[in-house]
Design a protein around this ligand. Structure first.
Ligand SMILES: Nc1ncnc2c1ncn2[C@@H]1O[C@H](COP(=O)(O)OP(=O)(O)O)[C@@H](O)[C@H]1O
Ligand SMILES: [Mg+2]
Length: 360
């Protein structure tokens, strides 16, 4: 068992600075997701922890050891990649035990260990199959098995589910969660999929262009986004954003929206005066009679998903998505009123920084 501690880590490829002075502590036994759009530096960061990439600056500590200069195999980590790259001519058991065979372990010990790991991954009945005779999900499980055999202190996953179809991803996600509950090992999991990060992680680290945009629990990131980037990245469908101009009044914060409507939000912790974006999630907006509505618009598309519905509404302030409340019976082209839960609205200043509610 080991924690992972990164101090002022940076990485340059020539003139391109990919990771910029990043500090991060991943607690022993926790599940940490590195989340961000493609190209933000997630894989590079993970590879530096694994020792597959040198650092341009800073230190990597695993447990009590500084491993910054250490070879990958001395770090006590095992990595699972998106492409599972199994050996096609080896069986499941041989693939799983490959690192043991390299180390010259006796055949019987290899087999025994592979069988034990395979059981954990529900591959017990497939030990003698070749990769070509497995489904995508089973192959990915073998790749995970290969990492398990090494009994690392830290597991590193780089988008391990991205090659699987939607249903399998959900299944494997659940199995990874169970695996973490059982092993209680430190896991660092790279993904661009916010649902994976939200469901698996104790702590999510959102990366934006090589710096940490925000880190916190899934609840914190969803309910208390620190900035516009995180607010827009976490949640599906995404948060609605309306541009306007804010000023503090005796009753709260008055936001004059572009397109001409004024809303009053609860007071903010800091002074507010200037251009803002108001953010509100689809579940905090509902279709309402005109007399109760804050905003007016016109429904463009209504999606019925069974357990919920989404209405896409064009307003003079910009497009908005409404989840569920009052969507039933609304059709494309209908004029609608929108009622907003203003106590749930977020405000972002010109630089994208969140302006939290006073006392929250
Ligand atoms: N070996 C390399 N040489 C040059 N540039 C690289 C190399 N590896 C990654 N990059 C660049 O670093 C940036 C971050 O890449 P990466 O860490 O793979 O992002 P992510 O995993 O978040 O999609 C990208 O702009 C990518 O093109
Ligand atoms: Mg990547």
């Amino acid at each position: 068992m080991a924690s992972v501690e990164l101090t002022q880590i940076s990485k340059k490829f020539g003139a391109l600075e990919v990771i910029r002075g990043l500090d991060l502590t991943v607690e022993d036994g926790s599940f940490c997701a590195l989340l961000g759009p493609s190209g933000c530096g997630k894989s590079t960061l993970l590879r530096m922890i694994a020792g597959l990439e040198t650092v341009s600056g800073g230190t990597v500590r695993i447990g009590s050891r500084d491993v910054t200069e250490e070879e990958p195999k001395g770090r006590g980590v095992a990595m699972v990649f998106q492409s599972y790259a199994l050996y096609p001519h080896l069986t499941v058991a041989e693939n799983i035990a490959f690192s043991m065979s390299l180390a010259g372990a006796p055949k019987a010990a290899q087999r025994e260990k592979a069988a034990k790991v395979a059981e954990l991954l529900q591959l017990g009945h497939l030990l003698d199959r070749k990769p070509a005779q497995l489904s995508g999900g089973q192959r990915q499980r073998v790749a995970i098995g290969r990492a398990l055999v090494r009994e690392p202190e830290v597991f590193l996953f780089d988008e391990p589910l991205s090659n699987l179809d939607a249903l399998l991803r959900v299944q494997m996600r659940l199995e990874l969660a169970k695996l973490h509950n059982e092993l209680k090992r430190t896991m660092i999991y790279v993904t661009h999929d916010q649902v994976e990060a939200m469901t698996l992680a104790d702590k999510i680290v959102v990366l934006d262009k090589g710096v940490i945009s925000q880190m916190g629990s899934p609840w914190e990131l969803y309910n208390r986004p620190a900035n516009r980037f995180v607010a827009g990245f976490i949640g599906s469908p995404a948060m609605n954003f309306l541009k306007g101009h804010a000023r503090a009044t005796a009753g709260g914060v008055e936001v004059a929206l572009d397109g001409g409507a004024t809303l009053t939000l609860p007071p903010r912790a800091a002074a507010v005066d200037g251009p803002v974006e108001l953010g509100i999630r689809p579940e905090h907006v509902r279709i309402a009679p005109e007399s109760e509505a804050h905003l007016k618009g016109c429904a463009s598309v209504v999606e019925y998903l069974g357990n919920t519905s989404f209405a896409y509404v064009d307003t003079p302030h910009g497009p908005m998505i409404v989840e569920s409340g009052g969507v039933q019976g609304i059709h494309s082209g209908d004029a609608v009123g929108l009622s907003l839960r203003l106590d749930e609205a977020h405000l972002f200043d010109e630089t994208g920084r969140a302006l939290p509610v006073a006392g929250a």
